[in-house]
Design a protein around this ligand. Sequence first.
Ligand SMILES: *Cc1c(COP(=O)(O)O)cnc(C)c1O
Length: 378
Amino acid sequence: MKFATKAIHVGQEPDSFTGSVAVPVYQTSTYQQLAIGKHKGFEYSRTGNPTRKALEEAVSSLEEAKYGLAFASGVAATTAVFSLLKTGDHVICGDDIYGGTYRLLEYMFRQWGLEVTYADSRETGSFGDAIKKNTKLIWIETPTNPLLKIIDIRALAHISKQNNILLAVDNTFASPCLQQPLTLGADIVVHSTTKYLAGHSDVIGGAIATSDAKAYYGLKFYQNAAGAVPGPWDCWLILRGIKTLVVRMRQHEKNALFIAEVLEKHPKVERVHYPGLRSHPQHELAKTQMHGFGGMISFEIKGGFAEVEEFVSRLRLFLLAESLGGVESLVCYPPKMTHSSFSGEERQKRGIKDNLIRLSVGIEDKEDLKEDLESALA
Ligand SMILES: *Cc1c(COP(=O)(O)O)cnc(C)c1O
């Protein structure tokens, strides 16, 4: 079965009891058991719920994985992966990552004795150089947030396999429609399903996909033990979003490429970061591991914070908001929003400048988006 068909059918067979085409919302906490120790596969909804199971099957199939797990948020899914590790273990993390992942590592897991090294997201070699005896996990995002750098997943998978280290990829920015890290050799994929998978800015959720049985059983144990599970309504909303993922991603990408080109030519724009542009230093690498370049753009406006503030205040269609991946276009200022958990110095080190603006390009008419940006820049 091809991707677009799977997005609509896997895990979502008509209900065997009623024929309901949409997966029912099983709003129940518990399940009657036939006898002690005998049940129909569900005992208690923290442990398992049929609506959640449908979502878990859908996500695992889209990522070409054997197993899928759904969580209450992307951060909860991320926490689950780090929780596979023990005190004294070492993680190598890409330096350009979601602020909340950095916050978890620095302010939660370091306290519990996890060691963390940040490697240069553009240099595969810098991950290899950071490997120590106790390295257990490499964690990356690609394209990265907010600078849209591309990391060579195949090369990193090669290094991690040679050293018996798990490679986890946060695939939120690309979505499985545009990139399937497990097929490139990664071990674990993590999603904030809040973003492209759900796609309508109306739900918070997370998911993990893997074909590594040992990792899966550890994660599944954690999911039940720690309990950060999504409710059935949230699972249902994410499942509904997934059905239109392919058509949405196509439109996000078309609009984003158009907008990136408009910005690149604009005299008030210093630099545009978008992997679909020929000028992107890793455009060729992106083509080898992605089926498209996605809907996220960041750019540096001429000037500093004052210019950013003025620009943002003049936008009408692009809404000033955190998050991404919804049908509506959003604008965000990473230094004070998504990446505020980094100190000014840490941001400088990572190349997140004070004039950096991030766009999540929606699926509105592209001419309207262009006009909005141009008039705000003017
Ligand atoms: C939003 C986001 C997360 C966190 O997900 P939540 O659903 O907000 O908890 C993690 N990684 C990336 C790349 C994100 O954009």
